[in-house]
Design a protein around this ligand. Structure first.
Ligand SMILES: NC(=O)c1ccc[n+]([C@@H]2O[C@H](COP(=O)([O-])OP(=O)(O)OC[C@H]3O[C@@H](n4cnc5c(N)ncnc54)[C@H](O)[C@@H]3O)[C@@H](O)[C@H]2O)c1
Length: 250
Protein backbone atom coordinates (compact mmCIF):
# COMPACT_ATOMS: atom_id res chain seq x y z
CA UNK A 1 0.00 0.00 0.00
CA UNK A 2 1.76 3.15 -1.20
CA UNK A 3 0.64 6.77 -1.14
CA UNK A 4 3.77 8.05 -2.88
CA UNK A 5 3.15 11.41 -4.64
CA UNK A 6 -0.20 11.73 -2.87
CA UNK A 7 -1.22 14.24 -0.22
CA UNK A 8 -3.41 13.88 2.83
CA UNK A 9 -4.92 16.25 5.39
CA UNK A 10 -5.62 14.80 8.84
CA UNK A 11 -7.71 16.94 11.19
CA UNK A 12 -7.29 16.30 14.89
CA UNK A 13 -3.75 15.16 14.00
CA UNK A 14 -2.18 16.25 17.30
CA UNK A 15 -3.38 13.28 19.33
CA UNK A 16 -4.84 9.78 19.38
CA UNK A 17 -6.35 8.39 16.18
CA UNK A 18 -5.42 11.47 14.14
CA UNK A 19 -1.75 11.35 15.09
CA UNK A 20 -1.55 7.61 14.40
CA UNK A 21 -3.25 8.18 11.02
CA UNK A 22 -0.89 11.00 10.01
CA UNK A 23 2.09 8.80 10.89
CA UNK A 24 0.63 5.76 9.06
CA UNK A 25 0.09 7.79 5.85
CA UNK A 26 3.61 9.26 6.06
CA UNK A 27 5.11 5.78 6.52
CA UNK A 28 3.40 4.79 3.27
CA UNK A 29 4.92 7.75 1.40
CA UNK A 30 2.18 10.41 1.61
CA UNK A 31 2.84 14.14 1.94
CA UNK A 32 0.95 14.99 5.11
CA UNK A 33 -0.81 18.07 6.46
CA UNK A 34 -1.32 17.68 10.20
CA UNK A 35 -4.11 19.95 11.39
CA UNK A 36 -5.48 20.67 14.86
CA UNK A 37 -6.29 23.44 17.35
CA UNK A 38 -3.45 22.08 19.52
CA UNK A 39 -0.27 23.48 17.99
CA UNK A 40 2.25 21.83 20.34
CA UNK A 41 0.78 18.36 19.77
CA UNK A 42 0.61 18.95 16.02
CA UNK A 43 4.26 19.98 15.84
CA UNK A 44 5.15 16.80 17.78
CA UNK A 45 3.33 14.69 15.18
CA UNK A 46 5.21 16.50 12.40
CA UNK A 47 8.50 15.90 14.22
CA UNK A 48 7.84 12.15 14.58
CA UNK A 49 7.04 11.95 10.85
CA UNK A 50 10.18 13.87 9.85
CA UNK A 51 12.41 11.82 12.18
CA UNK A 52 11.21 8.75 10.33
CA UNK A 53 12.04 10.25 6.93
CA UNK A 54 8.52 11.42 6.06
CA UNK A 55 7.14 14.73 4.81
CA UNK A 56 4.70 16.81 6.88
CA UNK A 57 3.62 20.33 7.79
CA UNK A 58 1.34 21.60 10.56
CA UNK A 59 -1.58 23.97 9.94
CA UNK A 60 -3.45 25.25 12.98
CA UNK A 61 -7.18 24.94 12.27
CA UNK A 62 -10.37 25.05 14.25
CA UNK A 63 -12.65 22.85 12.14
CA UNK A 64 -15.70 24.71 13.49
CA UNK A 65 -14.52 27.84 11.63
CA UNK A 66 -15.20 27.69 7.88
CA UNK A 67 -12.60 30.37 7.00
CA UNK A 68 -9.88 28.45 8.83
CA UNK A 69 -10.95 25.24 7.07
CA UNK A 70 -10.65 26.99 3.70
CA UNK A 71 -7.16 28.21 4.65
CA UNK A 72 -6.23 24.62 5.55
CA UNK A 73 -7.26 23.35 2.11
CA UNK A 74 -5.55 26.29 0.37
CA UNK A 75 -2.30 25.63 2.27
CA UNK A 76 -2.35 21.96 1.27
CA UNK A 77 -2.82 22.91 -2.40
CA UNK A 78 -0.07 25.54 -2.20
CA UNK A 79 2.41 23.14 -0.56
CA UNK A 80 1.58 19.87 -2.31
CA UNK A 81 -0.38 20.92 -5.43
CA UNK A 82 -3.28 18.52 -4.85
CA UNK A 83 -5.53 16.99 -2.19
CA UNK A 84 -5.88 13.23 -2.51
CA UNK A 85 -7.17 12.19 0.92
CA UNK A 86 -9.13 14.21 3.49
CA UNK A 87 -9.38 12.60 6.92
CA UNK A 88 -12.04 14.42 8.94
CA UNK A 89 -11.15 13.10 12.35
CA UNK A 90 -11.17 16.07 14.79
CA UNK A 91 -13.82 15.57 17.42
CA UNK A 92 -14.75 16.12 21.03
CA UNK A 93 -16.52 14.16 23.75
CA UNK A 94 -17.82 16.13 26.68
CA UNK A 95 -18.50 13.68 29.49
CA UNK A 96 -21.55 11.62 30.35
CA UNK A 97 -24.95 13.27 30.82
CA UNK A 98 -28.56 12.16 30.60
CA UNK A 99 -30.59 14.05 27.99
CA UNK A 100 -32.32 16.29 30.52
CA UNK A 101 -28.91 17.38 31.85
CA UNK A 102 -27.41 18.46 28.51
CA UNK A 103 -26.83 22.21 28.55
CA UNK A 104 -27.31 24.48 25.52
CA UNK A 105 -23.56 25.11 25.54
CA UNK A 106 -22.66 21.40 25.60
CA UNK A 107 -25.10 20.73 22.73
CA UNK A 108 -23.92 23.66 20.61
CA UNK A 109 -20.21 22.90 21.04
CA UNK A 110 -20.60 19.19 20.27
CA UNK A 111 -22.60 19.89 17.11
CA UNK A 112 -20.25 22.73 16.05
CA UNK A 113 -17.10 20.60 16.17
CA UNK A 114 -18.28 17.06 15.43
CA UNK A 115 -20.99 17.79 12.86
CA UNK A 116 -20.54 21.27 11.38
CA UNK A 117 -16.74 20.85 11.46
CA UNK A 118 -17.00 17.71 9.32
CA UNK A 119 -19.43 19.49 6.99
CA UNK A 120 -17.04 22.45 6.47
CA UNK A 121 -14.15 20.07 5.77
CA UNK A 122 -16.20 17.91 3.38
CA UNK A 123 -17.54 20.91 1.46
CA UNK A 124 -14.13 22.51 0.99
CA UNK A 125 -12.44 19.22 0.04
CA UNK A 126 -15.19 18.20 -2.36
CA UNK A 127 -14.81 21.42 -4.38
CA UNK A 128 -11.15 20.52 -5.00
CA UNK A 129 -11.72 16.80 -5.55
CA UNK A 130 -14.56 17.44 -8.01
CA UNK A 131 -12.13 19.44 -10.18
CA UNK A 132 -9.46 16.74 -9.80
CA UNK A 133 -12.02 14.00 -10.54
CA UNK A 134 -10.48 11.92 -7.76
CA UNK A 135 -10.16 11.76 -3.99
CA UNK A 136 -11.02 10.00 -0.79
CA UNK A 137 -12.79 11.37 2.24
CA UNK A 138 -12.86 9.48 5.52
CA UNK A 139 -15.07 10.82 8.29
CA UNK A 140 -14.44 9.60 11.81
CA UNK A 141 -17.91 8.84 13.14
CA UNK A 142 -18.24 6.40 16.03
CA UNK A 143 -20.11 3.35 17.24
CA UNK A 144 -22.31 6.16 18.61
CA UNK A 145 -23.09 7.01 14.97
CA UNK A 146 -24.83 3.73 14.25
CA UNK A 147 -26.37 2.73 17.57
CA UNK A 148 -27.38 4.15 20.93
CA UNK A 149 -24.86 5.81 23.24
CA UNK A 150 -26.52 6.25 26.62
CA UNK A 151 -25.55 9.49 28.38
CA UNK A 152 -23.86 10.73 25.19
CA UNK A 153 -26.94 12.17 23.47
CA UNK A 154 -25.31 15.19 21.84
CA UNK A 155 -22.29 13.13 20.79
CA UNK A 156 -24.51 10.41 19.31
CA UNK A 157 -26.57 13.02 17.43
CA UNK A 158 -23.42 14.55 15.94
CA UNK A 159 -21.98 11.17 14.93
CA UNK A 160 -25.25 9.94 13.37
CA UNK A 161 -25.14 13.18 11.35
CA UNK A 162 -21.61 12.33 10.21
CA UNK A 163 -22.86 8.97 8.90
CA UNK A 164 -25.78 10.72 7.15
CA UNK A 165 -23.47 13.25 5.48
CA UNK A 166 -21.08 10.46 4.44
CA UNK A 167 -23.79 8.41 2.71
CA UNK A 168 -25.45 11.40 1.01
CA UNK A 169 -22.16 12.79 -0.31
CA UNK A 170 -21.05 9.32 -1.47
CA UNK A 171 -24.24 9.09 -3.53
CA UNK A 172 -23.65 12.56 -5.02
CA UNK A 173 -19.93 12.36 -5.82
CA UNK A 174 -19.31 8.76 -6.89
CA UNK A 175 -19.58 9.86 -10.52
CA UNK A 176 -16.60 12.20 -10.03
CA UNK A 177 -14.31 9.36 -8.89
CA UNK A 178 -14.54 10.43 -5.26
CA UNK A 179 -15.06 7.83 -2.52
CA UNK A 180 -16.47 8.90 0.84
CA UNK A 181 -16.61 6.55 3.82
CA UNK A 182 -17.08 6.78 7.57
CA UNK A 183 -15.46 4.74 10.30
CA UNK A 184 -17.29 3.81 13.48
CA UNK A 185 -14.87 2.84 16.23
CA UNK A 186 -15.93 1.72 19.67
CA UNK A 187 -13.58 2.47 22.61
CA UNK A 188 -10.06 3.19 21.35
CA UNK A 189 -7.22 3.80 23.80
CA UNK A 190 -6.57 7.51 23.20
CA UNK A 191 -6.80 10.50 25.54
CA UNK A 192 -10.52 10.76 24.66
CA UNK A 193 -11.25 7.06 25.09
CA UNK A 194 -9.27 6.94 28.34
CA UNK A 195 -11.10 10.01 29.70
CA UNK A 196 -14.31 7.98 29.86
CA UNK A 197 -12.84 4.68 31.04
CA UNK A 198 -10.28 5.82 33.60
CA UNK A 199 -12.90 7.62 35.68
CA UNK A 200 -15.28 4.70 35.94
CA UNK A 201 -14.15 1.11 36.56
CA UNK A 202 -17.72 -0.30 36.32
CA UNK A 203 -18.24 1.33 32.94
CA UNK A 204 -14.86 0.06 31.76
CA UNK A 205 -15.71 -3.52 32.78
CA UNK A 206 -19.13 -3.30 31.11
CA UNK A 207 -17.70 -1.87 27.88
CA UNK A 208 -14.94 -4.50 27.80
CA UNK A 209 -17.50 -7.27 28.21
CA UNK A 210 -19.44 -5.91 25.23
CA UNK A 211 -16.41 -6.39 22.95
CA UNK A 212 -16.16 -9.96 21.61
CA UNK A 213 -12.38 -9.56 21.25
CA UNK A 214 -12.25 -8.58 24.97
CA UNK A 215 -9.94 -5.62 24.52
CA UNK A 216 -10.17 -1.99 23.48
CA UNK A 217 -8.72 -0.85 20.16
CA UNK A 218 -5.39 0.87 19.54
CA UNK A 219 -5.19 4.11 17.50
CA UNK A 220 -2.75 2.40 15.10
CA UNK A 221 -5.38 -0.25 14.29
CA UNK A 222 -7.83 2.48 13.30
CA UNK A 223 -5.11 4.29 11.33
CA UNK A 224 -4.29 1.18 9.29
CA UNK A 225 -7.98 0.68 8.46
CA UNK A 226 -8.24 4.31 7.31
CA UNK A 227 -5.20 3.81 5.05
CA UNK A 228 -6.76 0.67 3.60
CA UNK A 229 -10.05 2.50 2.92
CA UNK A 230 -8.09 5.19 1.03
CA UNK A 231 -6.02 2.68 -0.94
CA UNK A 232 -6.69 1.14 -4.34
CA UNK A 233 -7.40 -2.14 -2.49
CA UNK A 234 -10.75 -0.61 -1.45
CA UNK A 235 -11.44 0.90 -4.89
CA UNK A 236 -15.14 -0.16 -5.12
CA UNK A 237 -16.04 0.84 -1.59
CA UNK A 238 -17.97 4.04 -0.93
CA UNK A 239 -20.78 5.24 1.33
CA UNK A 240 -20.15 2.76 4.13
CA UNK A 241 -20.10 3.34 7.89
CA UNK A 242 -17.52 0.76 8.89
CA UNK A 243 -17.44 -0.48 12.49
CA UNK A 244 -13.90 -0.86 13.90
CA UNK A 245 -14.88 -2.42 17.16
CA UNK A 246 -13.56 -5.91 17.89
CA UNK A 247 -16.96 -7.30 16.90
CA UNK A 248 -19.15 -5.16 19.20
CA UNK A 249 -21.62 -4.22 16.49
CA UNK A 250 -22.18 -7.89 15.69
N1 LIG B 1 -11.21 7.17 21.36
C1 LIG B 1 -12.38 6.62 21.20
O1 LIG B 1 -12.80 5.75 22.00
C2 LIG B 1 -13.24 7.00 20.02
C3 LIG B 1 -14.30 6.15 19.68
C4 LIG B 1 -15.10 6.49 18.60
C5 LIG B 1 -14.86 7.64 17.87
N2 LIG B 1 -13.83 8.46 18.23
C6 LIG B 1 -13.62 9.66 17.43
O2 LIG B 1 -12.31 9.65 16.95
C7 LIG B 1 -11.87 10.98 16.68
C8 LIG B 1 -10.49 11.18 17.28
O3 LIG B 1 -10.60 11.02 18.69
P1 LIG B 1 -9.42 10.52 19.63
O4 LIG B 1 -9.94 9.40 20.42
O5 LIG B 1 -8.17 10.37 18.85
O6 LIG B 1 -9.36 11.78 20.61
P2 LIG B 1 -8.20 12.77 21.06
O7 LIG B 1 -8.84 13.64 22.06
O8 LIG B 1 -6.97 12.00 21.39
O9 LIG B 1 -7.92 13.62 19.72
C9 LIG B 1 -8.83 14.52 19.20
C10 LIG B 1 -8.07 15.67 18.57
O10 LIG B 1 -9.02 16.59 18.00
C11 LIG B 1 -8.57 17.89 18.26
N3 LIG B 1 -9.68 18.85 18.22
C12 LIG B 1 -10.69 19.02 19.13
N4 LIG B 1 -11.49 20.03 18.75
C13 LIG B 1 -10.99 20.50 17.57
C14 LIG B 1 -11.38 21.55 16.70
N5 LIG B 1 -12.44 22.33 16.96
N6 LIG B 1 -10.65 21.75 15.57
C15 LIG B 1 -9.56 20.98 15.31
N7 LIG B 1 -9.14 19.99 16.11
C16 LIG B 1 -9.84 19.76 17.24
C17 LIG B 1 -7.96 17.82 19.66
O11 LIG B 1 -7.10 18.91 19.92
C18 LIG B 1 -7.24 16.48 19.59
O12 LIG B 1 -5.92 16.63 19.13
C19 LIG B 1 -12.96 11.90 17.24
O13 LIG B 1 -13.79 12.34 16.20
C20 LIG B 1 -13.74 10.98 18.17
O14 LIG B 1 -15.05 11.40 18.34
C21 LIG B 1 -13.02 8.16 19.28
Amino acid sequence: MSFKNQSVIVTGGSSGIGRATAIAFAKRGAKVVVSDINEAGGQETVQVIKENGGQAIFVKTNVANSDEVQQLIDTCLKEYGQLDHMINNAGIGQGLYFFDQITDEHWAKTIAVNQTGVFYCMRAALKVMKQQKSGNIINTASAAGIRSAPRMGAYAASKHAVVGMTKSAAAEYGKYGIRINAICPTVIETPMGDSYMSENEDLKAMMLKSVPMRRFGQPEEVARTICWLCSADASYLTGVALPIDGGSNA
